[in-house]
Design a protein around this ligand. Structure first.
Ligand code: NAG
Ligand code: NAG
Ligand code: NAG
Ligand code: NAG
Ligand code: NAG
Ligand code: NAG
Ligand code: NAG
Length: 434
């Protein structure tokens, strides 16, 4: 009888112990972040990879110049002091290389044109913030203001639109991609702040509203579809990175408005943006895999679905947006789950080494979707590297802000505690039984 009781109680005692060792709480070290940053620099080649890298550098190392830093001044300080100048140097390098190469890339045309030739109408605009910053802080040698103006005019006057005004993500035809939200609206909003033109901040919000109207899927808890409209390449799946791009782009626009002279006259726009980010979190986090603490590449599909796989890249990006929503909007609901994913991504292997389960020894995130072929698993993802930096810097800022909401109720984080108490009571029961 006693033995039978212990056999029955064993799982209740064992489960909390196992869970405790699985939560091998760890934080990325400065050395690891430096390695991840180096691989990010190596791998960033395509237009959006350069824009995404510039944003990661600002979030991590030049926070006074990042729109998602709470209570930062916008427009940012100019001229830059020597400390900021060295932190901003890699961002200025991106801007200079792109603007210097613009003529060669676009065949020496004048007037409206993208910052770099691309089949995507949206991706080159992601570099726009770096170019606006180079102009604003008086970096010489190139016509940064002219290049930014041409990029803006290209989006406003040359890229095709839907009948209700959504700017296409593609040059050749009207097609909407969730990725757009990270590439274009933050540039419009930043341009508006620098040139003191409120219309452009309103346009940033409008474009996001239109994209949400098309891509949000009420049948899937408001997850966003990936690609709609156009002749080919439609992807109605709920691509996890696309949901992350949308949430992260919205947060940049929210931060830009909030830190600007328009904060008081654009309150409703801010409320919308915060609600739409939370809506994506609600859609995504219910699909978080409870064992791996990762999203799958298509969040609403299990990992066993044909072609699907676990994706650390979108998992890192989404986590960054949870910390940022907490910082910018005081919304903490999904923090316990974001913390879980961050710890999983930062955890060591179970073989007594300090090797990380999700970073190779030279600093590549894994497993990741191929950023140049979004249905396939890949390796060496530039954007994935940037998302680790975004996750880490957002977490760092959130810790400095007092780790608010770390223990929010209703997170799945409550489960191990419940099991632990069940185990404790079973043990006490067992002792009394003897
Ligand atoms: C990780 O960082 C947090 C916040 O600084 C700290 O409370 C925690 O102890 C750190 N964890 C480890 C394992 O170092
Ligand atoms: C941030 O600065 C650190 C320290 O200088 C450096 O190692 C790292 O590469 C930088 N990160 C990025 C994303 O630029
Ligand atoms: C340099 O500028 C940054 C951004 O404005 C500021 O945070 C920092 O305190 C300044 N450093 C010095 C030494 O003035
Ligand atoms: C653009 O201008 C550069 C420098 O003037 C020249 O070398 C290049 O051939 C031109 N390219 C085209 C496509 O006209
Ligand atoms: C370029 O910077 C100047 C300030 O140096 C500013 O007045 C102007 O509006 C900026 N132009 C653009 C396109 O951002
Ligand atoms: C503000 O931006 C809008 C949209 O690009 C433009 O039509 C308008 O002329 C700009 N206003 C000023 C004062 O530059
Ligand atoms: C730990 O595991 C990793 C991945 O399986 C492996 O590459 C590494 O060599 C292992 N280290 C040791 C000391 O066994």
């Amino acid at each position: 009888m006693t033995r039978l009781f212990y056999t029955a109680a064993l799982p209740f005692v064992a489960i909390p112990v196992l869970l405790a060792s699985a939560v091998n709480a760890q934080n990325l070290t400065d050395a690891q972040i430096s390695l991840v940053s180096d691989r990010l620099a190596d791998a960033s080649k395509a237009s959006w990879e350069l824009g995404t890298r510039a944003q990661a550098i600002l979030s991590m190392n030049a926070t006074a110049y990042s729109v998602i830093t709470p209570s930062t001044s916008l427009p940012p300080p100019s001229p830059v002091n020597s400390t900021s100048a060295s932190e901003l140097q890699p961002v200025f390098d991106i801007a200079r290389n792109i603007v210097a190469g613009r003529g060669a890339s676009n065949g020496n045309i004048t007037g409206p044109q993208p910052l770099i030739k691309d089949g995507s109408a949206a991706d080159p605009a992601s570099i726009g913030v770096a170019v606006l910053l180079a102009n604003w802080t008086g970096q010489g040698g190139e016509d940064y203001a002219g290049a930014a103006k041409d990029q803006l005019d290209f989006l406003q006057f040359q890229v095709p639109r839907t009948s209700d005004g959504a700017i296409s993500h593609r040059v050749a035809e009207v097609q909407l991609w969730s990725d757009f939200v990270y590439m274009v609206p933050p540039f419009l909003a930043y341009y508006g702040v620098i040139s003191r033109n409120r219309t452009l901040l309103v346009a940033a919000h409008d474009q996001i509203r239109l994209y949400r109207d098309y891509l949000r899927d009420p049948q899937a808890n408001n997850l966003w579809k990936h690609v709609l409209l156009g002749e080919s390449g439609i992807d109605e799946g709920h691509w996890s990175t696309g949901n992350g791009w949308a949430a992260a782009g919205m947060l940049r626009v929210l931060g830009t408005i909030q830190n600007s002279e328009y904060a008081n006259t654009m309150k409703n726009e801010q409320k919308d943006l915060a609600a739409w980010v939370k809506e994506i979190h609600e859609g995504m986090y219910q699909h978080l895999d409870a064992d791996q603490n990762l999203f799958t590449n298509y969040a609403s599909q299990p990992v066993t679905a044909p072609g699907n796989f676990f994706d650390a890249s979108s998992t890192a990006l989404l986590a960054s947006t949870v910390y940022r929503l907490s910082l910018l909007w005081g919304e903490h609901s999904h923090l316990p789950l974001a913390e879980r994913t961050r710890k999983a991504l930062s955890s060591t292997l179970n073989n007594g080494t300090s090797d990380l389960a999700h970073l190779t020894s030279d600093g590549w995130l894994m497993p990741v979707v191929n950023p140049h072929s979004y249905g396939k698993e890949g390796s060496k993802s530039a954007e994935g590297q940037a998302f680790v930096i975004e996750m880490h810097s957002a977490w760092r800022d959130w810790v400095a802000d007092g780790s608010k909401g770390a223990n929010s109720a209703l997170g799945r984080g409550a489960a191990p505690r419940v099991w632990a108490w069940v185990g404790v009571w079973m043990c006490i029961g067992g002792i009394f039984y003897i």
